[in-house]
Design a protein around this ligand. Structure first.
Ligand SMILES: [Fe+2]
Ligand SMILES: [Fe+2]
Length: 185
């Protein structure tokens, strides 16, 4: 039987999130009905907002200083690029001219990003594993944060970027959670 999400270590958990979103993107591609498309796109956006939040607040900070710095920096910027599209998709709908294109481009961005995280040996997860991070503790922390983040985003909070023009980039440089004592805009 497959390992339950509650028992997974940090990397297994993040990979399970990746597989879930990939499946949703595939369903979106194979769907024609507008209502179903919108429902799937919204589910994709919610999942990605929660996933990027737990990585940025818990997993990436744990990696900082233990793995290649550029890898962590690029991961933040890749998240932010994806978040711009996520917020666009959430604000739009399937009647809009570029809706499907936005979802497609988001899927390609995520595919590349997931590759950077999961790549064997030089990928972020491999480096984190080799650095000896406490994957069980990180998993517990991320599961706990996942529950509260899910509530926040389900209540309509948009994705917040950290590294773009107008952001306070300190949140990405020091890996502070957003919105806790830090001016983000
Ligand atoms: Fe990820
Ligand atoms: Fe990520």
């Amino acid at each position: 039987m497959a390992q339950s999400y509650e028992e997974m270590d940090a990397i297994a958990m993040l990979k399970a999130d990746h597989r879930k979103v990939e499946e949703l993107f595939e369903k979106f591609e194979n769907t024609n009905g507008k209502a179903t498309k919108q429902k799937l796109a919204e589910e994709i956006c919610l999942e990605l907002k929660v996933h990027t939040a737990i990585e940025e607040e818990i997993f990436y900070p744990a990696c900082r200083g233990k793995i290649e710095d550029e890898l962590v920096d690029e991961a933040y910027v890749e998240h932010d690029s994806a978040k711009l599209l996520i917020n666009e998709i959430e604000a739009g709908g399937p009647d809009e001219a570029f809706y499907d294109a936005k979802v497609k481009v988001l899927s390609e961005m995520i595919e590349h990003h997931v590759e950077e995280e999961e790549k064997r040996v030089e990928g972020m997860f491999s480096q984190a594993r080799a650095a000896g991070l406490d994957m069980d503790q990180l998993a517990d922390d991320m599961r706990a944060r996942k529950r509260t983040a899910m509530e926040e985003f389900q209540a309509g909070k948009p994705a917040e970027t950290r590294t773009l023009e107008g952001d306070d980039v300190a949140s990405a440089q020091t890996d502070q959670p957003l919105g806790e004592g830090l001016q983000t805009r």
